[in-house]
Design a protein around this ligand. Structure first.
Ligand code: ZN
Ligand code: MN
Length: 481
């Protein structure tokens, strides 16, 4: 039996205001080439100046993944020609990266596992080539340099991942970590978070690594899973049929659902790295690292653990509720205000998330503040309204009107009738109205009771407490003997 050995390389665009080596804005979606200057256009003689904000953000990540920050690191030139990289090289880090030897823990539910991070580099992004393949445009390529010089973190993970689903879990946790640190939007569609994956296979239980292939530019978790599954299968089949695996760069074709080799021209790498002569060594004062350390937020893994302990949530719930800082805050505020973490978790995981999905919204746009949801939970707890009433009527009414639950209950007289005397009166009314059903019931047809309960519920527009109606009706019917 064979097993895959997987390593990920991640590129994360930093949320700085300006580019890595010039003062141009990093904003997304502006007219092509409107955010450029001689530095990021690579004009001769223009000199780079390092953006301090990017260094702070890089250090944040390094601390969060417990990597060793090197107080002195170097920038290098990675030489290659590409139309969207007008300098003919990329400024990156090579021999002396900013940080090395970090890790993230995954799979807390099954067998927890630590995946190593080899290095974290600070580097600049390239521009964008836009290929217009329409025959009438004679297949032109346009160049947009707005992205040229935008700061990136390049994170090289160790080949310690042993399945496609583990790779997805690692990448998801990594993205959440960046988002918690507020240093990357993690938007895969806009390409601010992307990954390359390398994969080889080996006989289970052996240590010797097989020949690896690299899959470039994966921009969704689903594609990562599918591409790795396909590639592992492809390599195993090659080995079994006695063929050799070629070390190469491949890309995922989402239409054909397979990985395909990229043109060999694009993989002929001889980057001739050398130290960037226009930039001094990057020196980070130890004091600054200490200060950054004090600004770190609670990280996803820590939050999940705390939610499990403090609110007695199952791991599954704790994970989902910690998917973003905003969602976690929303849950926590609701849990505290309602003094009912379990119901808060249930409501948010079902009704709130469902609503957000349907409306295509983020939790920050959700119309109800946590206190409102907490009030709704309390009304149900105090049995002033039934759970079904809360779910089917109140919640939708609250989200559409942004009103508090009590207001709507008052306006629409929705409050649950749970006064036995009042229900008895109603029961007698219904009994009088349905003599035949009563006779059937007396004659032993017990299921008629639910019909009568339904009649009382209908009479009260669903506001009576159904359990109580059931009980009172039974008693009243039996008294009729
Ligand atoms: Zn610029
Ligand atoms: Mn890179």
């Amino acid at each position: 039996m064979y097993e895959p050995v997987i390593g990920l390389e991640i590129h994360a665009q930093l949320l700085t205001q300006t580019k890595l080596f010039c003062g141009c804005s990093t904003a997304y979606g502006n007219p092509p080439n409107s955010l450029t200057c001689p530095v990021c256009l690579g004009l001769p003689g223009a000199l780079p100046v390092l953006n301090h904000e990017a260094v702070v953000m890089a250090a944040k990540l390094a601390l969060a993944v417990k990597a060793k920050i090197h107080l002195r690191s170097l920038f290098s030139r990675k030489n290659y020609f590409y139309p969207d990289s007008p300098k003919g090289y990329q400024i990156t880090q090579y021999q002396h990266p900013l940080a090395t030897e970090g890790h993230l823990r995954i799979a807390e539910d099954g067998s927890p596992k630590t995946i190593g991070i080899e290095r974290i580099n600070l580097e600049e992004d390239a521009g964008k080539s836009i290929h217009d393949g329409r025959p009438e445009s004679s297949e032109k390529t346009y160049l947009d340099f707005n992205r040229s010089g935008v700061p990136l973190l390049e994170i090289v993970g160790k080949p310690e991942i042993s399945s496609p689903s583990e790779a997805v879990e690692f990448l998801q946790l990594f993205r959440t970590t960046l988002q918690y640190l507020e240093i990357c939007s993690g938007n895969m569609e806009e390409g601010t978070f992307r990954c390359d994956a390398n994969l080889s296979v080996r006989k289970r239980g052996t240590q010797k690594m097989g020949v690896k292939t690299e899959i470039k530019n994966i921009n969704s978790f689903r594609f990562l899973q599918k591409a790795l599954e396909y590639e592992a299968r492809r390599q195993i089949e090659l080995i079994i049929s006695g063929k050799t695996i070629k070390q190469e760069t491949r890309s995922w074709d989402e239409h054909q659902n397979k990985t395909l080799p990229m043109r060999s021209k694009e993989e002929a790498h001889d980057y001739r790295y050398f130290p960037e002569p226009d930039l001094p060594p990057l020196v980070i004062p130890e004091k600054l690292v200490k200060r950054i350390k004090t600004t770190l937020p609670e990280l996803p893994q820590e939050k999940i653990e705390r939610f499990k302990q403090k609110y007695k949530l199952p791991l599954y719930n704790a994970k989902i509720l910690s998917a973003s800082r905003d969602l976690a805050d929303y849950f926590e505020k609701t849990a505290i205000a309602s003094k009912n973490p379990k119901q808060s978790s249930n409501w948010i995981m079902r009704d709130v998330l469902q609503y957000l999905k349907e409306e295509n919204m983020e939790i920050s746009q959700f119309p109800l503040p946590p206190e409102y949801l907490a009030e709704l939970i309390l009304l149900v707890k105090k049995k002033e309204i039934s759970l079904s009433m809360a779910k089917e009527k109140l919640f939708p009414r609250m989200t559409s009107t942004r009103k508090r639950a009590v207001e709507i209950v008052k306006e629409e007289e929705l409050s649950q009738i749970s006064d036995p005397c009042q229900i008895e009166k109603l029961a007698l009314k219904i009994i009088k109205r349905n003599p035949r059903s009563v006779q059937q019931y007396k004659g032993g047809k017990a299921q008629v009771l639910s019909f009568l309960v339904g009649q009382v519920m209908k009479e009260t527009k669903g506001t009576a407490n159904p359990l109580l109606v059931n009980k009172v009706l039974k008693q009243t019917l039996n008294k009729l003997k």
